[in-house]
Design a protein around this ligand. Structure first.
Ligand code: PA5
Length: 312
């Protein structure tokens, strides 16, 4: 499957019906994952806050983990060494464990598992990995999936604006800096990682209002300011943050390329925001003559680690 076909499967992935059991005694939730699998937990926390959710992107499990913790290890391959090690530690601590994976070592380690289809790039399987979380925790209502499906279909049918933005970045050779307004903070980071892995360029992300307490100082006078392509990812619903964007532009003199996400439900808007970034980074890869599927350097790094430690 080529990359654009992978992108087109995202809407169907939202119809994935597999769930896991969340015991009523659950006090907290940990989600462990790296890269294209790690982004799942980050996006989940933008849509769910009924229980405390702690994210892990390294080898360990937090001290508080106990039998009242639901510990979810997400790895598309099932073999990422940080995630495997973190799950092993959670098992030792007695957590109630879940694996979301297409195979690999994770499959046989946890109490419960959600097995997702193989054959995609991990970052293209976002829907398969996110939907079981949303459904198991009842984080969104059923109709939101349908709405998200419809919105993604529209983007699949028409991504000219995304192509235009990719073209602007390509001809200007600027470095994208993406600032997300809640609930698009994680999506801004997703865009950064998609620019890295799909388009093979560096990119940076941050969130509003947080950047008003740090980046803002540099926006006015940093050297090479003209070499950045500033993007504000928003839905226009939060007047206070919208005012901040305007005032930030006014004080610093930078101009954001505003991406205003439409859609009724939060899930639909978040998924649409993800998909817009997917297409921009895909088009930029094509313009640069890069293969968006290629993650050769990441794979080589994993292989070399395996040679030296016997893991991936
Ligand atoms: O997008 C990618 O290919 C990477 O970011 C991977 O997701 C990352 O290396 C972790 O691998 P996995 O998703 O198999 O755990």
């Amino acid at each position: 499957m080529d990359f654009i076909e992978e992108l087109r499967t995202l809407k169907e992935q939202l119809m994935f019906e597999h769930k896991f059991n969340v015991p009523k005694t659950t006090k907290n939730v940990v989600i462990a994952g790296m890269g294209g699998s790690g982004i799942v937990g980050k996006i989940f926390t933008e849509l769910y806050s009924s229980l405390p959710v702690y994210l892990v992107d390294d080898y360990s499990a937090p001290d508080f983990v106990s039998k009242e913790t639901v510990y979810i290890a997400i790895s598309y391959s099932g073999n990422t060494e940080e995630t495997v090690s973190s799950l092993q530690e959670a098992i030792r601590k007695g957590a109630n464990t879940v694996a979301i994976t297409s195979g690999g070592k994770l499959l046989d380690m946890s109490h419960q598992r959600v097995v997702i289809p193989k054959g995609l790039q991990p970052r293209s399987a976002l829907g398969y990995m996110l939907t079981p979380l949303l459904k198991s925790f009842g984080a969104v209502q059923q109709h939101e999936f349908k709405e998200a499906y419809d919105l993604l279909s529209r983007i699949d049918a028409n991504h000219h604006e995304e192509e235009q933005i990719a073209h602007d970045i390509y001809v200007s050779e600027k470095v994208p800096v993406i600032y997300g307004v809640p609930p698009y903070k994680a999506v801004a980071y997703r865009w950064k990682t998609q620019f890295n892995e799909n388009s093979k360029i560096l990119a940076y992300s941050g969130s509003l209002p947080e950047i008003n307490h740090n980046d803002t100082m540099a926006l006015k006078g940093t050297y090479r300011r003209d070499e950045f392509y500033f993007i504000a990812l928003t839905d226009g619903r939060n007047n206070t943050v919208e005012r901040r964007i305007g005032i930030t532009e006014n004080i610093t003199g930078i101009k954001f390329r505003r991406i205003k996400v439409e859609g009724k439900s939060a899930l639909a808007r978040v998924m649409a925001a993800v998909h817009i970034g997917d297409y921009i980074t895909y088009h930029l890869a094509k313009l640069r003559g890069k293969d968006p599927l290629d993650v050769g350097v990441i794979e080589e790094l994993k292989e070399r680690l395996q040679e030296s430690t016997g893991t991936q």
